[in-house]
Each structure stands twice: as structure tokens, then as C-alpha cells.
Design a protein around this ligand. Sequence first.
Ligand code: SF4
Length: 242
Amino acid sequence: MNAWIDKPLDLGSDLKAETAAARHMAGVLKTSDPRRASAAAAYAQDLLDRTLAAHVTGPVACAKGCNLCCHTFVSATIPEIFRLAELVRADTDAIAAAARAAKAIGQDRRFTTRVSCPLLKDGLCGGYDARPLACRTMLSRSLAACTAYFPVDGAGALDYAPGARESRGRVEMILAAALMLAGLPGKHVELIQGLAVALTVDNAEARWLAGEEIFAGVESDNGDASSDLATWGPILARQVSL
Ligand code: SF4
């Protein structure tokens, strides 16, 4: 086992740990395991949790039962959606209904016209152990900032805990590189619509891994093209290939 694999990322300029993690994740994605996409997502999520634990050391305002960030556009990669789908299969009907509502609204209006994540149960996340990277990174230092930002129209700015967004960016870069190396698409899609596809299409994970475009009708995150991922994912993939 590579010395870097079970450690948090150090978020420094040396990308040795990121390169090792991307190589490991690409290896997972190239096995014959029919659930290898979910396995790669689990690795990415564990890596993010370790990295957040190492770098987000100050107090955060987030507390059990606060779900202000669970009613707007949430994006996730397809492997993350497959991992989460297995945990919430019992809620397929509610998720399909919420997906129809989300599809009718569009990303740019999801602050003003809210659709609650159908995974919320009594205010808590029903898929907590497999929640996407985006959800894991919502670590705020200010409840007041969240209260101003989320229920209104995205006004103001979130007060992210230092290290949270940097940790997510690195792990998403690693996942993007691994997917690229495995010949799989790395785009982010809207979580609820993506879950509905993963839950209602027969053999969804196997078919996606085989190249079927089963998510073609799901709204993509329109921030993908302008994000650092579009630059850094390919750079890291090239580094892994050297
Ligand atoms: S998956 Fe969980 S944490 Fe993420 S938006 Fe849904 S309820 Fe909230």
C-alpha cells in the first residue's frame, strides 16, 4: 500500500499525495467490480473527511438539525450519486417526485424557488454516511451568514471555515483525474435528478460504467466549465500517467 493512501492531504504545493490518490482511485475504477464507481466515491469521501479533520480546526456553526443548505442546487459526480442511491433506495418515489420539481426550475432559480432535498428526515440527512462531497464541505463559521444567504437569493457570502473549500477542491481534482484516466465522464449533475435516474434505471451503475449516457437528461452544474476542475483535473491526470 502506498504511503500516501490512508493519510489526509496536506494541501501544499507538492502534489505527491494527490497523484498517489488519483492513481489509486483510477485503479479502483479500472477493476471489474460492478460497484467500482461507488467504491471510488467512498474513497473520495473518506479522503475528504480525513482532510477536513486535519485542516478545519476552528469552531464551526453547523449543528445537528440545521439544514439551511439542503434546499437549493446541490451538485455531485455520478459515482457519488451511485453510492448515495444504494443507501436511500427505500425513498425512490419521494426522490422521483422531487426530481420532477427540481427539473422544472433550473439551477439559476434554485435559491428563489426552493426544492428541499428529499433525503431530509425530521430535519436530518437520511443519507448522511454517503452524502456527496459538496454536502460534506458545507462547514460554516456563521449561522447568520447562512441565514442571510440560503433562504433568500444567494445574497451576501457564506463564511466557510478555513480549509473547507480547499479540501474539497483537492479531492474533486483527484476524482476528476481518476475518472478521466478510467475513460469515464467527470461532470457534476444536479443531485436529486441524478438520484432519480440511478434509482429508476435498471442496472444503472453497470450501464453507466459501460458507457451508456443514462444521465443525459439530467441538469449539469453550470459552474463546471469555469471551475478549477476543468484545468487541474487534466493536469493531475497527466502527472499520474508520467
Ligand atoms: S444529501 Fe443530505 S446533506 Fe446533502 S442536501 Fe441532501 S439532506 Fe442535505
